[in-house]
Design a protein around this ligand. Structure first.
Ligand code: SF4
Length: 222
């Protein structure tokens, strides 16, 4: 009779990859970090560069994931996707990583509620711009769940996105809520032009370039 060696459904997650690299974005850009990429995403942003995470992956039990992370002896761990919160057990994983003593961040689309995320986790939450094609998916009530430790990210595709983001920052007074990151959409928005717009408007945001792409291009697992 075959033995079912699969992890118990109660604590397993579908994982696309776990890898160790330099953080490419956010306030810890440049810091060695372990990334846990969860499989699956209900959105389809036009600029998505991780569509290989939409399907596939492997089921892993929580202890196995934690063992894998511990092998790298990291300070920073980032849970990403796909959209990690699309898997129910993501919340358990985040809590377990915090309990293990890591500095944990969550990269999320902003389309699913972040309310139940462990407060020790740094939330790096997108606000999807019109240029993403998924602007109607934003859950603005998520802004109430953000604190000074968190970050919101706008991926800017063009001037229209920039103006939209600028108006949103003013409407929700986002600079009083958390850090604001502006990322030029790779190959779509000229970073230098975006920098000029930010300076002209004295916008209270941080321009970020995807460090991992400068170092390694689109190489997977980097
Ligand atoms: S939310 Fe992220 S993973 Fe999902 S489609 Fe958009 S960019 Fe890709």
């Amino acid at each position: 009779m075959p033995v079912d060696a699969s992890p118990a459904a109660a604590d397993r997650l579908r994982i696309t990859e776990i890898f160790y690299s330099l953080q490419g974005e956010s306030l810890t850009a440049g810091c060695p970090t372990v990334f846990i990429r969860l499989t699956g995403c209900p959105l389809r942003c036009g600029y998505c560069d991780t569509d290989y995470a939409f399907q596939g992956g492997e089921w892993m039990g929580l202890p196995e994931i934690l063992d894998c992370v511990a092998g790298y002896r990291p300070r920073y761990v980032t849970v990403t996707g796909g959209e990690p919160l699309a898997q129910r057990n993501c919340l358990t994983l985040l809590r377990a990583l915090c309990d293990a003593g890591y500095t944990v961040s969550l990269e999320t689309s902003g389309a699913l509620t972040v309310e139940a995320v462990d407060p020790r986790v740094v939330k790096v939450m997108d606000l999807k711009t019109p240029g993403s094609g998924e602007v109607e998916r934003n859950r603005y009530e998520n802004l109430d769940a953000l604190s000074r430790n968190d970050q919101v990210k706008f991926v800017i595709c063009d001037r229209e996105d920039y103006q939209w983001a600028r108006e949103l920052i003013a409407r929700y007074r986002l600079d009083g809520v958390c850090e604001i990151l502006f990322s030029p959409s790779h190959g779509q928005q000229d970073p230098a032009q975006l920098a000029e717009w930010i300076l002209d408007d004295r916008l209270p945001v941080r321009l970020q370039l995807q460090l991992h792409k400068q170092l390694w291009g689109n190489e997977r697992g980097r």
